[in-house]
Design a protein around this ligand. Structure first.
Ligand SMILES: *Cc1c(COP(=O)(O)O)cnc(C)c1O
Length: 425
């Protein structure tokens, strides 16, 4: 990429969560292969981020490439209204098969945020169709992240989600304190009390509780005790509200279980999937729900679910998702993620001794270092690139969730860079 392309990018193209006027620098990529991202400047970076949780099998994977090439010669996309196809049927059959019990209906959406919109709309319509349209609010713990569209944004952490800025346009939801008991510490019963109190006083107006199971991601990278999630399930049953689990980041093995719900041995009424669904190749998401929810939404008036993205069930995306799931179903991820977790515990934990570091958290193939003060993203990014790794911090969080195929030495390069860069900062 030449200089004028780069300045065009800076002057005209919006990148995620950045200023259009004072953009952060961007690094041009020419190729990605396995765990490596190749920059046009010649550097080869070990990817610590899996392109935001997606590229779990690494880049340029022969099986995923082949699935796309085969599908593109049949057809790339047909409308899903009135038409169906093998890749979509195969995908939905697998999803029903591998997700927690009772999730038997699938709505294919085109991004994670849309799948959250769909989940929330399902919950609202479920109650409205039964004459309970006063059940129209959502309860959620603070520090959550569910996407950037308006309904999703209304259940994101009010501070991170900049609710003040949008207060006149956002639905007012109910926020419980974030869970405090850490994943591997003894459960503290007080942790769920505030949620319990809020649910007991608001259940008449609540459609659903929405939560990221076990790991809160972009809203704070926090890992909480499975008992909290168990109690969410129990409270939803006791007070007659639906449970929506947003597994968009945690799904497909990242936390050491295929789905994070399994840590608590629960099934939600509605589940959102996305991110790693296509192995990082294309945008695709899914909202699964129980038979009860589907019946409730569609039994009487209006009898239909009013949602239908233009690219719903995109055949290329389904085909590559099927290839990705076939790799998952071989089961190697289990050992790979366990090995990554072990190595992160051995190599990343020492960061707590650094002056600048407040906390280190690890679960499955996720390693998080929380700093005491907000980091200078552009500066740290540059240091990391110098060290040959791709790590993109935000706020006080320097975190990695590498492709499952990462080798020991490559992972060591990531953990060493984090230690060294934070030590020098
Ligand atoms: C990324 C994410 C989303 C939003 O997905 P997009 O594909 O970016 O719209 C929603 N929920 C969670 C938990 C996520 O991590």
């Amino acid at each position: 990429m030449n200089k004028s392309d780069l300045s065009f990018d800076q002057e005209h193209i919006w990148h995620p969560y950045t200023s259009a006027i004072k953009p952060l620098p961007c690094y041009p990529v020419i190729k990605a292969d396995g765990v490596f991202i190749h920059l046009s400047s010649g550097e080869k970076l070990v990817d610590g981020v899996s392109s935001w949780w997606t590229a779990i099998h690494g880049y340029n994977h022969p099986l995923l490439n082949a699935a796309l090439k085969t599908q593109v010669d049949d057809f790339s996309h047909v409308m899903f209204g009135g038409l169906t196809h093998q890749p979509a049927v195969d995908l939905c059959r697998t999803l029903i098969d591998i997700t927690p019990m009772g999730l038997d209906r699938v709505f294919l959406a085109d991004s994670g945020s849309v799948s959250v919109e769909v989940a929330m709309k399902m919950a609202l319509q479920f109650w409205a169709c039964q004459g309970n349209s006063h059940k129209h609010k959502f309860i959620t713990p603070r520090n959550g992240y569910h996407g950037d569209t308006f309904a999703a944004m209304s259940v994101c952490d009010p501070i991170n989600g900049m609710h003040n800025l949008f207060s006149d346009s956002l639905s007012q939801q109910i926020f419980a304190p974030a869970p405090q008991t850490r994943f591997d510490k003894p459960w503290n019963e007080d942790d769920v009390k505030p949620l319990e109190q809020l649910i007991s006083s608001h259940h008449n107006e609540l459609a659903a509780l929405i939560i990221e199971p076990i790991v809160q991601n972009a809203g704070g990278m926090r890992i909480y005790h499975p008992e909290y999630l168990k109690r969410c399930r129990q409270l939803c049953d006791d007070y007659n509200i639906l449970l929506i689990c947003d597994e968009i980041a945690t799904g497909f093995g990242r936390t050491g279980k295929l789905f994070a719900c399994e840590h608590a041995d629960i099934s939600p009424d509605i589940m959102c999937l996305g991110k790693a669904l296509t192995g990082g190749y294309m945008t695709l998401a899914a909202t699964l729900c129980s038979e009860d929810v589907a019946q409730g939404v569609c039994q009487d008036e209006p009898g239909v679910f009013m949602h239908g993205p233009t690219f719903m069930g995109n055949a290329l995306a389904c085909a590559v998702a099927n290839a990705s799931l076939s790799i998952i179903q071989k089961g190697d991820w289990q050992q790979q993620v366990a090995n990554i977790e072990q190595q992160l515990k051995e190599e990343l934990t020492r960061c707590v001794t650094l002056e600048t570091v407040a906390d280190v958290r690890i679960l499955g193939a996720i390693g998080i270092v929380e700093t005491k003060t907000i980091v200078d993203v552009a500066k740290l990014q540059k240091e990391f690139v110098k060290q040959g790794v791709w790590i993109r911090p935000f706020g006080k969080l320097v975190y990695i969730m590498p492709p499952y195929i990462i080798k020991q030495a490559q992972l060591r390069q990531l953990t060493t860079s984090i230690y060294e860069v934070l030590n020098a900062s």
